[in-house]
Design a protein around this ligand. Structure first.
Ligand SMILES: Cc1cc2nc3c(=O)[nH]c(=O)nc-3n(C[C@H](O)[C@H](O)[C@H](O)COP(=O)(O)OP(=O)(O)OC[C@H]3O[C@@H](n4cnc5c(N)ncnc54)[C@H](O)[C@@H]3O)c2cc1C
Ligand SMILES: *[C@@H]1O[C@H](CO)[C@@H](O)[C@H](O)[C@H]1NC(C)=O
Ligand SMILES: *[C@@H]1O[C@H](CO)[C@@H](O)[C@H](O)[C@H]1NC(C)=O
Length: 497
């Protein structure tokens, strides 16, 4: 009966009238009521109610942390416009259901973009994108991967500041967003110029330096799913041509030299076109005292055809493979192995550390990590430690564009990102024990005072927002835009309390 009524309503009314009628909806409790209403309003094409629906299966099982695939949402909705998102939030709000907002599902934290017994809002159908030659601004909806965006903008000789790997989604920019181009242009969020946002109450607003500037501040690196749903990004695009980029792969133990070269690069490199990522990998296979369980991989990306000798300290270390050469930006987003992000799916979690390079932490962090890897053979299939430089040119570029929610102090400093992939088929007790031990290892290297953690690579239990000097300002912004605590109580994400 009810469904018939809702259907007739949906068919006969304009969207504006629809919104009004929502207030008069007979109260439907819980997620199944919300799902039925959403099917009636949005139609079959935008809602998947059955766990056997292929669209439901794909949304549910495409998390980079495959542990999150276990969650069964009550239904999945695929909005195609800000109006659809607004309606979805209103229905969810009126039924008191839990929900999650998902783009490419690469966040490793439980409940950030996944939900059990609630509505999964999958933004992957919102893939609109455009480029305005007159203003050089790029506009895109949230549903594309970075690789798809890079492919699109390349036809104009332009790109947008975003992720380093093809498959990651636009939620990356809401958590700051570290790009190979960041030393030149700042974090991904620093290039935001205007955002279209659906607030928790369903209102569709604009956030920019002149409209709702506090909201704009919060969305530039204060994390996704906190203040609303971003349905459109307008950003400053950047010129892009041929880059000189690739990997250096080292086996056997060259850790001393690699760490030193990385430390020196963080401290002394002054060329903003030169980006690096140091990636140290250890497999669970026995070491046999030859270092055969480990491989270090340098990701080296120069925005230009001639890097000079900027990477000479890395090439001087004996290596197994050097894939450096001229590449298109779309190839740069696919370094090492095309499809790496796919292969690396597993029971993955991230943890973050933040350090200065002029003390010993670049070495002690690695030593603790390495010791843990040797003491815990069998507790992981794979772990890695990445060093992400934050040079002064990056923090300068951020400030020039108004700064972001991290209020990044002047570089150089660096983020240390740890990834742990636990073995499949272990008990929950064992899983928890390994996670606790790994956490203790990471926490054993104290973070530098006054530097922000990186939300995109932080574990939920690290309370990363509290490391921001802007924390109390962010709390006020959260209270203003989510006054009823709808997002705070019904979806996962960073805690503001
Ligand atoms: C293989 C891999 C490579 C990575 N490389 C990088 C890198 O180069 N640089 C970097 O900075 N980080 C990197 N990360 C970390 C990445 O930025 C975070 O995992 C990020 O949260 C992923 O965003 P997503 O859109 O793919 O994921 P999701 O899990 O879908 O979304 C992330 C969070 O943002 C929220 N969200 C997403 N879109 C919206 C929206 N439109 N409105 C409101 N909330 C939204 C979601 O609810 C969720 O809480 C990488 C991660 C992986 C797994
Ligand atoms: C959903 O979005 C589509 C595309 O903009 C629009 O045609 C439709 O009217 C919207 N429906 C609702 C209920 O918001
Ligand atoms: C290379 O290493 C030397 C010290 O060995 C250092 O002085 C120099 O600045 C480094 N260069 C870069 C670009 O990191």
């Amino acid at each position: 009966m009810l469904i018939v009524r809702l259907l007739t309503t949906a068919l006969c009314m304009s969207p504006a009238a629809l919104a009004l009628d929502l207030d008069r909806l007979p109260h439907l409790d819980g997620p199944s009521g919300a799902c039925q209403s959403l099917r009636s309003y949005l139609g079959f094409g935008k809602t998947a109610l059955s766990q056997l629906d292929l669209r439901y299966i794909h949304s549910r099982t495409s998390y980079w942390n495959t542990k999150l695939n276990a969650h069964a949402p009550s239904c999945v909705v695929f909005p195609e416009s800000a109006e659809n998102v607004s309606l979805t939030l209103k229905v969810i709000g009126s039924t008191g259901s839990k929900f999650a907002i998902k783009t490419q599902g690469h966040n490793t934290n439980d409940g950030f973009s996944s939900v059990e017994d609630g509505i999964l809002i999958d933004l992957s159908h919102m893939t609109g994108k455009s480029y305005d030659e007159a203003t050089t601004l790029a506009t895109y909806e949230p549903g594309s991967s970075w690789g798809e965006l890079y492919e699109y903008y390349l036809q104009f000789g332009r790109t947008v500041v975003g992720g380093r790997i093809h498959g990651v989604g636009t939620g990356l920019a809401l958590g700051g967003g570290m790009s190979y181009l960041s030393p030149q242009y700042g974090m991904a969020c620093d290039s935001f110029r205007e955002l279209e946002v659906v607030l928790p109450n369903g209102d569709i607003v604009t956030a920019s330096s002149t409209q709702n500037p506090d909201l704009f501040f919060g969305l530039r690196g204060g994390g996704g799913n906190a203040f609303g749903v971003v349905t459109k990004y307008t950003v400053q695009s950047r010129p892009i041509g041929t880059l000189y980029a690739g990997n250096l792969i080292y086996v056997s133990d060259h850790s001393e030299e690699i760490l030193k070269a990385t430390r020196d690069f963080i401290l002394y490199n002054t060329d903003p076109k030169a980006a690096i990522l140091m990636n140290y990998n250890i497999l669970t296979t026995p070491d046999l005292a030859l270092g055969l369980d480990q491989a270090a991989v340098m990701f080296l990306v120069y925005d230009g055809e001639n890097p000079g000798d900027v990477y000479a300290n890395f090439t001087a270390i004996p290596h197994l493979l050097n894939t450096m050469g001229p590449k298109k930006y779309t190839e740069v987003a696919n370094l090492l192995l095309p499809g790496l992000a796919q292969i690396s799916r597993g029971d993955n979690v991230f943890r973050i550390g933040v350090h200065r390079a002029d003390d010993d932490s670049y070495r002690t962090a690695w030593e603790r990590f390495h010791q843990w890897s040797q003491d815990h053979k069998g507790d992981y299939t794979y772990i890695h430690l990445d060093y992400n430089p934050v040079p002064k040119s990056l923090t300068d570029a951020s400030k020039e564009q108004g700064g972001n929610a991290m209020e990044m102090p002047d570089g150089p400093w660096f983020w240390a990102e740890y990834t742990l992939t636990t073995p499949p088929l272990i008990t929950t007790a064992k899983y928890n024990e390994i996670q606790a031990s790994f956490k203790e290892m990471v926490d054993g290297t104290p973070n530098a005072e006054g530097l922000p953690m990186f939300l995109n690579e932080a574990h939920a239990d690290q309370d990363a927002l509290k490391s921001f000097s802007s924390y109390s300002r962010l709390q006020e912004i959260k209270a203003k835009y989510d006054p009823d605590g709808f997002f705070a109580s019904k979806t996962g994400g960073w805690s503001f309390s």
